[in-house]
Design a protein around this ligand. Structure first.
Ligand code: HEM
Length: 547
């Protein structure tokens, strides 16, 4: 075959240019051009006919990086946009990982109701959680062991302990208001002056103070104002999306994380040793007391390092979820003074005594306060702290055809090694299921026939079908569009504690203060593992006439 002269001249020319280059110039050329070539190949690959049995892949320009920017900036918008183009099930590339997303209540059911032998939470999370929590607990042990550990924790999260917590939480909130710089207006007893506080700062402090006073125990509480605060901050600094993506980098935050884990773990082990050496007659209501002397079904006792690591896991699981939820709740109350007044009225009607003092709220009371209950539920609907729940695929898994399919008779199969994501943050604001989903409207929960009540019935532990995964009967809930605490075998066990904590904190504040939003309602920040309000997020407060 004779190559036409212009083409052979062109290649001769290129050949001569390359021959004239030094080795360094060649390396530089390769470095500059490899990404361009990779982008071109990636684009060409996506234009080729795709394997019809795999869910559609979200179009992306840069290989490896994939759709990381769109997902990272606003995962909810990204998921809604992708659903428009590709349907309920689609895959995208997230920094070298293939992720398949399953949306809607059926998608939630596919991911959260799937068999744990096929869809593994430990494979998805362990590289983030084990350096922080420690060995042999949660995602660093077989799933059956985690179920038993959840049972041990649930034993501690029981009503008689909760009864003791309400007063402790109220006391911590009032102490915080008396001492924190941003609440300096409060002790001045002036009902006309407005003060202001950063809501996330206040709720983070209040959350750690109240959780340590109740669940973590008096020894931890006494350390909070001392060395513990910095060590906790270092540990927390190792619990970010970067640490999920790249678990071990030679960076300061990773070193601090590891050192902090060791210090906190030693602190708990020391507490356990001292409690064993000097048993007290006083009954402790904290989680350490509940976990001591627990045994696995096999007869193996829960060792001290396991108790220490479970305590760290509980601290991390409850801290940001509750402080974010408390912040969003207060922001909405400040934005809607009419709802703030309805909450206050509910308190007055139920707890204000003829002599003008407040009767203390009891654990049992919290469930009987419809305004408070619907304010918390509605906030968790619009702002579930965890926007993507993850599992890793251990064996290829077919997608139910009612959820999504490539054709009338075809089935998608999610390949082994993929991550699968479900997102209650999408189903909880999906206009297909909720009227005016972007409006914060607690009253939607009060209508017994409304969509919200139906969704809650499917989810609530008191109603509907129940399953025991090894930590007590829980509502199945995997198909509900409302599931801020997850569903299935990995469902949150901290739900009742979170309601108790949030309910007591909010009512303690609302009995004493009026709130207004300073400036615009803050947008959500998705750059952290938990969705937080962006700055500025200031709330103005004023002392009520009666406290
Ligand atoms: C699991 C949300 C508070 C302990 C979960 C899950 C969600 C969640 C969505 C499921 C994760 C998954 O399936 O991958 C929340 C929210 C909270 C909250 C919204 C507060 C508003 C707490 C608290 C504790 C806690 C206070 C501890 C006292 C746990 C535990 C699990 C869990 C132990 C089980 C993990 C598993 O089985 O894999 N939580 N949580 N959470 N949460 Fe919570």
């Amino acid at each position: 075959i004779t190559i036409p002269a212009p083409i052979s001249d062109y290649f001769d020319n290129i050949h001569q240019q390359f021959s004239a280059m030094s080795t360094n110039q060649l390396i530089l050329f390769a470095l500059v051009n490899t990404p361009i070539i990779a982008i071109i190949l990636n684009v060409l690959y996506q234009l080729l006919p795709q394997d019809k049995s795999k869910p559609p892949m979200v179009w992306h320009w840069i290989p490896v990086f994939g759709s990381a920017a769109a997902y990272g900036q606003n995962p909810i918008k990204f998921f809604f946009d992708c659903r428009e183009k590709y349907g309920n099930v689609f895959s995208f590339i997230l920094l070298g990982r293939r992720v398949t997303v399953a949306l809607g209540p059926e998608g939630n059911n596919f991911v959260l109701g799937g068999k744990h032998t096929l869809l593994s939470a430990e494979d998805a999370y362990t590289h983030l959680t084990t350096p922080v929590f420690g060995k042999d607990v949660v995602y660093d042990c077989p799933n059956e062991m985690l179920m038993e550990q959840k049972k041990f924790v649930k034993f501690g999260l029981r009503a008689d302990n909760f009864r003791a917590y309400v007063g402790m939480i109220e006391d911590e909130v009032v102490q915080f208001m008396n001492n924190d710089a941003s609440f300096r207006i409060w002790p001045m007893n002036d009902i006309n002056e407005w003060g202001t506080f950063d809501v996330l700062h206040a709720m983070s402090e209040i959350t750690i103070l109240t959780a340590s006073r109740t669940l973590q125990g008096k020894e931890v509480r006494s350390q909070i104002d001392k060395s513990y605060a910095q060590v906790y901050a270092d540990l927390d600094g190792g619990f970010t999306p970067l640490h999920w993506l790249l678990p071990n980098l030679p960076l300061e935050s990773y070193r601090k994380r590891d050192a902090a884990h060791k210090k906190i773990s030693d602190l708990y082990i020391d507490i356990l040793r001292k409690r064993r050496e000097n048993p007290s007659d006083e009954q402790e209501h904290d989680m350490i007391a509940s976990l001591m002397n627990q045994k696995y079904r096999s007869g193996k006792i829960l060792e001290d390092h396991e108790i220490a690591h479970i305590m760290i896991a509980l601290l991390m699981a409850g801290q940001h979820t509750s402080s974010a939820s408390g912040s969003w709740t207060l922001l909405h109350i400040a934005d809607r003074p009419d709802i703030g007044e309805a909450l206050y009225k509910e308190q007055v009607e139920n707890f204000l005594q003829p002599d003008g003092t407040w009767r203390q709220m009891q654990y049992e009371d919290i469930k009987t306060l419809p305004v408070l209950d619907s304010v918390i539920r509605e906030t968790l609907r619009m702002h579930p702290p965890i926007h993507s729940i993850m599992r890793k695929v251990r064996e290829p898994i077919p997608v139910p055809r009612t959820l999504a399919s490539p054709s009338e008779d075809g089935t998608y199969v999610v390949p082994k090694g993929d991550y699968v994501f479900s997102s209650a943050a999408v189903s909880q604001v999906d206009p297909r299921y909720w009227k005016n989903p972007m409006e914060w409207d607690p009253s939607r929960w009060i209508d017994p026939e409304g969509m919200a009540a139906q969704a809650y019935k499917q989810y609530d532990d008191e109603n509907g079908a129940k399953v025991d995964f090894g930590f007590g009967l829980v509502s199945k809930g995997t198909e509900s569009p409302y599931q801020p605490f997850g569903a299935g075998r990995h469902r949150c066990i901290g739900e009742q504690f979170a309601y108790l904590q949030l309910g007591t904190v909010i009512t303690t504040l609302i009995r004493r203060l009026e709130f207004r939003l300073e400036g615009k309602f803050p947008a959500p920040d998705y750059n952290t593992l938990i969705v937080l309000p962006k700055k500025p997020r200031n709330i103005m407060y004023r002392r009520r006439k009666f406290d």
